[in-house]
Design a protein around this ligand. Sequence first.
Ligand code: B12
Length: 222
Amino acid sequence: MPDDQTGDGVNDSLLDSLYEAVLAGNADIAVDSTRTGLGAGAEPLTLLFDAMIPALEEVGRLFESGEIFLPEMLVSARAMQASMALIRPFLADAASARVGVFVMGTVAGDIHDIGKNLCNVMLEGAGFEVIDLGVNVPAADFVSAIIEHHPDAVGISAFLTTTMPEVAGTIAAIDDAGVRGETKILVGGAPVNQEYADRIGADGYAPNAVSAVRTVKTLLGI
Ligand code: B12
């Protein structure tokens, strides 16, 4: 069961029901709980970080230990995405001025996008124009996007240990194409860490969407 870690007074039973709904993959209840919470003035980030994300972490643990299988993981992901759609406007509309352009994508071979999408929403909320290349993005497409959009920063996301080498490969392709220029490269995703980011020559790493915004702003001197 999640705690009200942010202490903004959201009813614990609402957080519990949202947590259980995402865990069980019940999108209807997840959406209902999210709507009720938002209607009662709950902080969107509390719903995310104290209920929805812990539920997906538990889903990952249950999958790893063989207690649930891919279909269960999929319905939980769908419940999370349905709830995130309600939260998105609260986070994305916060910015008053545009501070930069951010190109984001999940590497080739990888279709995980919930974490990436959450980063996008928070970046938009901080004033970035986000160009989302989607999932399963070949290194060459990151290079083309840099040539086309001249972004202030590029985010490369990976969620599998098997697709982590694609992060390094993408940075190498950007370097080889001679388009790194003034662009800062951030990397992230569940298996990525600061040590790996340093080793492959990324400019920054962040473990979650909140620190992704903080890190890119620091890198760009905003
Ligand atoms: C949901 C999920 C799925 C969904 C994805 C749906 C979707 N649209 O994304 C589905 C069911 C499709 C799926 C499929 C698979 N999955 Co999966 N999945 C997960 C799960 C449970 C949750 C991931 C998630 O969304 N977390 C919530 C978000 C909010 O957190 P996050 O992803 O970490 O993102 C945050 C940070 O990482 C950071 N961040 C993310 N991106 C970026 C980018 C930048 C630039 C920055 C700065 C920061 C940043 O900010 C985010 C927000 O705070 C994880 C378990 C886990 N603990 O991560 C397994 C997990 C990632 N999956 C796993 C596996 C094995 C698979 C499959 C191979 C299973 C299979 N046998 O087919 C397939 C792979 C398909 C493929 N080719 O990509 C393993 C990976 C193991 C490993 N070490 O490689 C995990 C860890 C589960 C486990 N414990 O075994 N999966």
